[in-house]
Design a protein around this ligand. Sequence first.
Ligand code: FMN
Length: 221
Amino acid sequence: MSTTAPTLLHLDTSARRTSFSREVGDAVAGAWRASHPDGTYLHRDLALTPVPQIGEAWTELCDHVLEHGITDIARYREAVRTPAQAAAWEIVEPLLDELVAADVVLIAAPMYNFSVPASLKAWIDQVTFPKMSLPGRRFVVAYARGGAYGPGTPRQPYDHHERYLRDFFAGHFAVPQEAMTFVGTELVNSRLDPALAARREAHDASRTAALAAARELGRTL
Ligand SMILES: Cc1cc2nc3c(=O)[nH]c(=O)nc-3n(C[C@H](O)[C@H](O)[C@H](O)COP(=O)(O)O)c2cc1C
């Protein structure tokens, strides 16, 4: 995080190359880059180049940080005591450096099975340590989902995507709700599923609105 030129960290997580969450995320990033020509843009495609799942050595790093009350991220490396832990830290360090450097964290994330893709969960598990705090950052989620999960819909209680990410950002990174923005498109499955054909116009409208909101958001972040 900088006091001069800002940094945007953009994560993609859809298994698809041509994807609606990527489209919305790209709209945010494109507008942000146009309005911050001096800014630093970091992009990581977690679907194309997945980060590994955490292993036992990672849990040892985490336990050490917790046991010794280490809350300063710059001191996490003190937890490395064995070759296996050093190998685990080699994976964590660049991911953490990017996260810490970011003023804005933009995560393009489809809904998979009511929640986030495993590629994103693997990144979350790698970068999250006990009692972390990332003050002053903005978190933006560009989402796409096959159905509709808005207020009053029958599927609303099944939304463990936005709900999970809000709870995660707040509970683990101490991000206030006003520093999180969710923008995205829903009813994507109406493009394929004959049973949802009647919802196609609603999807098209949500996509158009999401792209406009994403461009405006990127410009003003
Ligand atoms: C593995 C998988 C699981 C999915 N699970 C859900 C789901 O639980 N609810 C839903 O509304 N859509 C679900 N979908 C549909 C996607 O959310 C939808 O296709 C969305 O557009 C995917 O984002 P993308 O276009 O960025 O790839 C699923 C799709 C895949 C591939």
